[in-house]
Design a protein around this ligand. Structure first.
Ligand code: GDP
Ligand code: IMO
Ligand code: MG
Length: 423
């Protein structure tokens, strides 16, 4: 199949960057459709590590067109820093294209993200403070500034002036903060706009033609299903739709443009930030997953919360994203654990909960019910074919397939591009 969506099946950081980079080898286009610089995607190639926030994960292939779609909220400063850092490493950007409809993250979005989190106190969401929520709020409030406005100095000056006047009132009068200066922001961001103008185009039209002519297109997910604004653990979610349905709106394509939907999951579960996490572990196994799995955020450096794999969550991901198969990363992190567990369902007040509830307060006192599996001790990081995996590792993958009703097509056994098993 020529067009594939790669979507996070848990709470983000499932190793999407690695799989996208591998599949991009054979892709003509890689498209980021949602989120912003809250994402942190790691690509490891020949021992070199690249950390990408806004730049699509197909950027290491010079012939692949990398698109930042209309559904992305683009921080001009961050994207230019990324371009400069990667250019210094020899990465080429002549095939990077940014959609004219993408909304622009400005300093007041980041300031308001920070102030809103602070004012929420113990109820804070634990955002990445990258201005994501405030920028998407402006978009739905129909006052956002898009790339097409940003690269026109007159339109940008006028829109920035009226927006900043309003935002400064909120910053000073609601939060008691300091107002941001119009002139210096205009000068600084006009400089960024000049540099970004040459990258801008109507990417929806490009993709329509690409799909129609049979080009190979990968839709790159950011965040994960449980962080989706509608289907996730609201309000502890991000402000976009990081699910395959969201990719259509965010890339400007129709649903029939996506043929395969590959869900990316880890062999256990992690989450950054606040909110419910039924299978979270606060014990030696949790420490093993944190330390052996190097579970520290790519964007904020925060330690990720770790726990057992949760089939309730994965079934939600299979259903909402229409998954045609799953990639299970980090199977190597489980090596050395004597017993492994997967939550099959939850129990609350004696009742069975099979589907992730809409009301997250129902998760209070909800007990995950686990199936237990044997672990393995062999180093699997060098294994390249499924048959060579220890029998216990194979059984663990078979159990995931059975519990989620979805085929596992890729197994990750290390961070490097070549440390993947294709079935
Ligand atoms: P993303 O946001 O989904 O792209 O994931 P991140 O890059 O934030 O986090 C995934 C981390 O796991 C990165 O450090 C990857 O290099 C690493 N990783 C990905 N796949 C594997 C794997 O199969 N084994 C191990 N040990 N690490 C992996
Ligand atoms: P990738 O693409 C993990 C989480 C934040 C917070 C919540 C809302 O690397 O998988 P936001 O800044 O979006 O308003 O924060 O969402 N979050 C992520 N967690 N991986 C990500 O991206 C994330 N992007 C946002 O930690 O809980
Ligand atoms: Mg990440």
């Amino acid at each position: 199949m020529n067009t594939t969506a790669l979507v996070g099946a848990q709470w983000g950081d499932e190793g999407k960057g690695k799989i996208i980079d591998i599949l991009a080898q054979k892709a003509d286009y890689v498209v980021r459709a949602t989120g912003g610089s809250n994402a942190g995607h790691t690509v490891v190639e020949g021992g070199k590590t690249y950390k990408l926030h806004l730049i699509p994960s197909g950027i290491l292939y010079p012939d692949t067109v990398n698109i930042i779609g209309n559904g992305v909220v683009l921080d001009p400063k961050v994207v230019l820093e990324e371009i400069d850092e990667l250019s210094a490493l020899g990465v080429k950007f002549d095939k990077l294209v940014i959609d004219l409809r993408a909304h622009v993250v400005l300093p007041y979005h980041k300031e308001l993200d920070e102030l809103a989190e602070k004012s929420k106190g113990k109820d804070a969401i634990g955002t990445t403070k990258r201005g994501i929520g405030p920028c998407y709020s402006d978009k739905t409030d129909r006052i956002g500034i898009r790339m097409i406005d940003f690269i026109d100095p007159e339109v940008f000056a006028q829109k920035l002036k009226s927006n900043l006047e309003f935002k400064n009132k909120i910053i000073t009068k609601v939060y008691g903060g300091k107002p941001l200066d119009y002139k210096s922001m205009l000068d600084e961001y006009n400089g960024y706009a000049k540099r970004l103008k040459g990258f801008c185009a109507d990417t929806g039209v490009m993709l329509y033609d690409a799909v129609k002519s049979g080009k190979r297109v990968i839709f790159e997910g950011a965040q994960g299903t449980l962080l989706d604004l509608d289907s996730g653990t609201y309000p502890f979610v991000t402000s976009s739709h990081p699910i395959t349905g969201g990719f259509c709106a965010g890339a400007g394509v129709g649903p029939t443009a996506i043929k395969e939907c590959l869900g990316i999951a880890k062999s256990y579960t992690t989450r950054v930030g606040a909110g419910p996490f039924p299978t979270e572990l606060d014990d030696e196994v949790g420490k093993h997953l944190l330390n052996v799995g190097h579970e520290f955020g790519t964007t904020t450096g925060r330690a990720r919360r770790c726990g057992w794999l949760d089939a309730v969550i994965l079934r939600l991901a299979v259903r909402i994203n229409g998954l045609t198969s799953l990639a299970i990363n980090k199977l190597d992190t489980l090596t050395g654990l004597k017993k492994l567990k997967i939550a099959t369902h939850y129990v609350k007040d004696g009742k069975t909960v099979n589907d992730f509830p809409a009301d997250i307060s129902l998760l209070d006192g909800c007990m995950p019910v686990y199936e237990e599996y044997d672990g393995w001790t062999e180093d699997i990081s060098g294994v390249r074919s499924f048959d060579e995996l220890p029998i216990a590792a194979k059984n663990y993958i078979y159990a995931i397939e059975k519990l989620c009703g979805c085929r596992v097509s890729i197994v990750g056994v290390g961070p490097d591009r070549d440390q993947s098993i294709f079935r």
